[in-house]
Design a protein around this ligand. Structure first.
Ligand code: ATP
Ligand code: MG
Length: 183
């Protein structure tokens, strides 16, 4: 599963539509302080189903919507799209009928988030599972927050184990078992 493109519209500082091509070999994003590097990573987490506003450095999820500046008004919605190469067909059943997956998450003020995969409305859970099965996702160890390394070193064994399970790609199975036990 290869991420090909990330499109942002009204997400945090990316008020104008922005199309980021993720070519193989991309190893870094550089730019001056405050230009939006961390916002890009947060957009990746958000499209993978992150539902904790604090992980987006906000108080509420609507804080990801462009809040306006002295010269530009605030926006009413934010949208992020992630285009994935699925030619190796590793996506879970139900998403595996095409070589490319376009996942879109849109949040509208007072109306919350909605997700689509290739134009079809899906639940947040479906998107979270799609990435959990591919050993990535909003809580993936591939996305390292500032301070996270020292957190890991000081973590209790149980918390450290969760990180290893996520890396091994089995956290989706745990989530399914947990849901089955609740039924
Ligand atoms: P650094 O090098 O300091 O880590 P960075 O490139 O990671 O900087 P970000 O933290 O991604 O920068 O971007 C911060 C900018 O995004 C700030 O200018 C902040 O005002 C802006 N920003 C964050 N949320 C919003 C929002 N909802 N609306 C408008 N601007 C926002
Ligand atoms: Mg930053």
């Amino acid at each position: 599963m290869q991420f090909n493109r990330l499109r942002l519209n009204g997400f945090k500082s990316f008020v104008d539509p922005t199309d980021l091509i993720i070519s193989p070999g991309l190893t870094g994003v550089v730019g001056p302080n405050g230009c939006g590097k961390s916002n890009l990573l947060e957009a990746l987490r958000w499209i993978m189903g992150e539902n904790r506003p604090t992980a987006m450095r906000g108080a509420g999820m609507e804080d990801v919507i462009f809040a306006g500046t002295t010269s530009r008004g605030a926006r009413h919605f934010a949208e992020v799209a992630l285009i994935i190469d699925n030619s190796d067909r590793v996506a879970p059943a139900g998403f595996n009928d095409s070589d490319t997956l376009e996942i879109i998450r849109r949040i509208t003020r007072d109306a919350g988030s909605a997700y689509k995969v290739n134009g079809r409305e899906v639940r947040a859970r479906d998107v979270q599972m799609l990435f959990a099965d591919a050993s990535t996702g909003a809580h993936s160890p591939a996305l390292v927050r500032q301070g996270q390394i020292s957190e890991l070193i000081n973590a209790r064994p149980k918390a450290r184990r969760r990180v290893l399970e996520e890396a091994a790609g089995i956290s989706g199975l745990y989530q399914r078992r947990h849901e089955a036990e609740l039924k």
